[in-house]
Each structure stands twice: as C-alpha cells, then as structure tokens.
Design a protein around this ligand. Structure first.
Ligand code: NCD
Length: 317
C-alpha cells in the first residue's frame, strides 16, 4: 500500500482533514507511541527547528505535551505565556506572530480564546500553525489523541458508538471529536442539558444524534467521553446548581453499567471530580484518561513532524 502523502503545512481543524490524512497521522503517532514506551529517546527529526508555544488561555496538558513532543524530535521549543508577554501591554495577535516569525520560528502552536484565531494567523505567516484550541471552534490534536486512544483499544474507529456528554455547545473538544468520529464511521451521541447543546448539534458529526438523557446516551456505548463545563465561556445561567447537574448528567459506575461491558471512559481534562465524573470512576480500570495524555505526546510529535515537513515556505534547518 502506498502511503498517503501529507500535504498540510498547518493543522487548523479536523474539518480540513480527509480520512486518509487522519489515518496517516494516526499511523505515525501509533508507531511513536510504541517507541516512546520502549525507549523514550530523542530523535533528530526536527533538529535545528524552532517551535514556539503561544498560549492565550490556560493549559496544563496541551502545552506541556507540545513541548515534550517538540523536544523529543530534537527541536528547540520556547513557551510564551500571555500573562507575562507584551500582549498584556496591548500588542495585537498578528504583531506578536510577525515578531516571532522573524526569529525564524518554524512552527507556532497557538491557543486562543477567539474561534478562528489560528486560521487568521495562518494566512499571514510562513510558519506552520498548529491549533491548540480556539474558542468554541476546534481542538484538532485533542480529537486526534482521543482517536488514537480509541483505535488502540478497539483496533478501529468505525462502527463504534461514542457518547460525548456535557457542555457540548462551549466545547471545542466535542466539536472536533464529533467531526472526526463521524468522518471515520462511528456513531456519535451528543448528550447534555438543552442549555449546553448547540442548535445545529445533529450536523456536527456525520451521524450525530442528540440526547437529553444520560442513560439513553450511554446505553450500549463503546466509549463514554465526559466533558467539563466550560465556565470561562458560559455567560448566562445554564443549570440550577452543580449538585443538580452532577445528579442528572454526572457519570458514575452505576450509570456506566448501561454501556457495553468493555466500555472505556474518556475525559480530555481537567476533570472536575464529583461534577461530571465520579472520582472513583476517574481512577477505575475503565478510565483511559492517562492513556489519552500519553497518546497526546505521540500525536503532537506526528503533527509537528508532518506539518513542518510539508512546509515549503520555511528554509530547511
Ligand atoms: C480542553 C480544552 O482546553 O479545550 N482541555 C484540553 O486541552 N485537554 C478541555 C477543557 O478545558 O475542558
């Protein structure tokens, strides 16, 4: 079989990727995942390259795993935290990016509160742009690392039933996952209170269904993915109380009994234990939350390598 060639210099959204692109990236990440378990050695693939993490929103996993990923590939990785950068002095996003570009950054990893910010920047720079989460829009590397985790468990991404539960409307994770899983032939069930469900929810994945009842969404599911309420993006009242929310939409072992016997429980983190996910269940053998984080490094290594490799605008190192 001839390998599908990767042609994207940016990774902006799952919507931009074909199924062949997704499989190419996941195939590469899968190999890197196994290699890291055997020998976490540095490679020379991105030696001489400079990657800059520019994060306008809080992050633990995404930022550190992009950093580990870049360093494992031999690149120089720099982190810019907006609180201590000149953005706090009023500099625009584009000016910040232009300044980083002349330092000969090969890739900029951007997290921003505005949906579409990475797409906008990508039109104005020669560097590769990797979207590390933009507002309520997309979080492509999260969906890819979730897909890698699912694929490693079930051997496939097609024919599965995946329940994604919680604050769907404000979640870029839900959006990217629904699009990816729909493309690869899994059934996506989106579940949450009406106040947390987008009006066009059914159009998110290719075969998405909408559920206001958690037990109904979980029934016979292979994967249950729980989401945090995105309080930073919630402006009006969306629920009566946290207690009421966790009673109605929180996942615990009793409710999970309605899923398939070999179900896996996922969460992108950060988990609000006892709200959307019971604290014991978060540490249960069915929970794969730490495997997701492990897969994140492999997926980000693959993404950085593929995007920088496809970028003909930047000089070779
Ligand atoms: C998610 C995000 O930032 O969108 N976190 C992550 O990247 N792992 C989800 C969240 O913050 O709830």
């Amino acid at each position: 079989m001839v390998d599908h060639a990767w042609s994207h210099r940016h990774l902006l959204s799952i919507a931009d990727l074909s199924v062949a692109d997704i499989n190419t990236l996941l195939g590469k990440a899968d190999t890197l995942f196994d290699e890291a378990r055997k020998r976490p050695k540095k490679s020379e693939a991105l030696r001489g390259r400079t990657i800059i993490n520019v994060f306008f929103e809080a992050s633990t996993r995404t930022r550190s795993s992009f950093e580990v990923a870049g360093k494992r590939l031999g690149a120089d990785v720099i982190n810019i935290s907006v609180a201590t950068s000149s953005v706090s002095k009023g500099e625009s996003l584009l000016d910040t990016v232009k300044n980083l570009e002349v330092m000969r950054a090969d890739a900029l990893v951007i997290r921003h509160q505005a949906s579409g910010a990475p797409n906008y920047v990508a039109k104005h720079t020669r560097a590769s742009i990797l979207n590390a989460g933009d507002g309520m829009h997309e979080h492509p590397t999260q969906a890819l690392l979730d897909a890698l985790t699912i694929r490693r468990h079930f051997g496939t991404l097609s024919g599965l039933t995946v329940a994604i539960c919680g604050d769907i409307v404000h979640s870029r994770v839900a959006r990217s996952n629904a699009i990816l899983l729909g493309k690869t032939g899994s059934k996506v069930r989106l579940c949450g209170p009406k106040t947390m469900m987008p009006r066009d929810a059914e159009t998110l994945g290719e075969s998405a269904t909408v559920h206001a009842n958690l037990d109904e969404a979980i029934d016979g599911a292979d994967v249950v993915m729980m989401l945090r309420i995105q309080n930073e993006r919630v402006y009006g009242p969306v629920m009566a109380s946290t207690r009421e929310y966790s009673r109605t939409f929180g996942l615990n072992a009793r409710r999970l009994a309605g899923a398939k016997q070999n179900v896996i429980v996922m969460h992108p983190g950060p988990i609000n234990r006892g709200v959307e996910l019971d604290t014991h269940l978060a540490d249960d053998v069915r929970s794969v939350v730490l495997e997701q984080v492990e897969a994140g490094v492999a997926v980000r290594m693959a993404a950085l390598d593929l995007c920088i490799g496809a970028n003909t605008e930047i000089a070779p190192s």
